[in-house]
Design a protein. Structure first.
Length: 265
């Protein structure tokens, strides 16, 4: 019996993502051709090490992100948020419902200034921090489009995550989507497990988007698999197998021409 290759996504989610890919190509392929967009990787080639600390380090990383996305950094104001409240205040004592800062925000100010804020604690998680900055810069790029993404305003954040992959940062998004790790605090004696989610797409959706990016740009998945966590890597394998069997789903997505984006190199 022959088993049918199955999509890792639900039919509605797959349909929306493919429609959103077409929308991204229509709006950005002129200024950001995907065949010329590198797969940005978490290494010294794309992010040289630095001894900078605090906001100066955040600004340094931000300028690298915008450079790779071919967006002028001087068009933005980067602002640190107030420090996140630590819910662990003592041995085995946790504050319930402690306020938590968002990983990042994007705002268009009244004077047309583009402001991005970030949680300073994110600097301790560089992959997640870079994924956050790429997401917020993508907000600014999507803000320039004439029409809302498929699904309208309700799908804006999901489309922004998908744009992160389009602009080359899908590895960072996929590896940041879900984190499950052990923690220990030598000072308080606390230890246990913690989970953390970042972004709006699931691991499966991030990996599907990476597969589309790699296939359309003519890249092999082998190198990418080695850079992914086990969960996203497994979904990428499934996505590649499914999309290779169903090439009609993604062939021609990149052939649409659309308006130029005002925010470009």
């Amino acid at each position: 019996m022959l088993w049918k290759t199955k999509s890792p996504l639900q039919p509605n989610d797959e349909d929306w993502q493919l429609a959103c890919w077409r929308w991204l190509f229509e709006n950005f392929n002129d200024t950001h051709p995907i065949t010329e967009t590198p797969l940005i990787q978490p290494n010294g080639t794309y992010f040289p090490s630095t001894n900078l600390t605090g906001h100066t380090k955040a600004q340094y990383i931000f300028e690298l992100v915008t450079r790779h996305m071919r967006v002028p950094a001087e068009g933005f104001k980067l602002v640190p948020q107030q420090e996140t409240v630590d819910p662990r205040v003592g041995n085995l004592l946790i504050v319930q419902n402690a306020p938590a800062s968002p990983a990042g925000t994007f705002q268009l100010q009244a004077n047309n200034e583009l402001t991005i804020t970030y949680d300073p604690a994110g600097l301790d998680r560089p992959v997640q921090f870079i994924a956050t900055l790429a997401h917020e810069v993508s907000h600014a790029l999507l803000f320039t489009t004439r029409e809302t993404p498929p699904g309208g305003d309700d799908c804006e954040e999901f489309a922004t995550d998908l744009a992160v992959t389009y602009f080359g940062f899908g590895l960072f998004g996929a590896n940041s989507a879900f984190e499950f790790r052990q923690f220990s605090d030598m000072g308080s004696g606390m230890q246990g497990w913690e989970t953390r989610r970042l972004g709006y797409l699931t691991e499966a959706e991030w990996s599907f988007s990476l597969a589309v990016f790699l296939l359309i740009s003519g890249r092999d998945e082998t190198e990418t698999l080695n850079l992914l966590k086990p969960g996203p890597a497994a979904y990428l394998k499934k996505s590649f197998k499914y999309l290779r069997k169903n090439q009609h789903l993604w062939h021609g997505l990149e052939c649409s021409n659309g308006p130029d984006s005002p925010i470009s190199q």
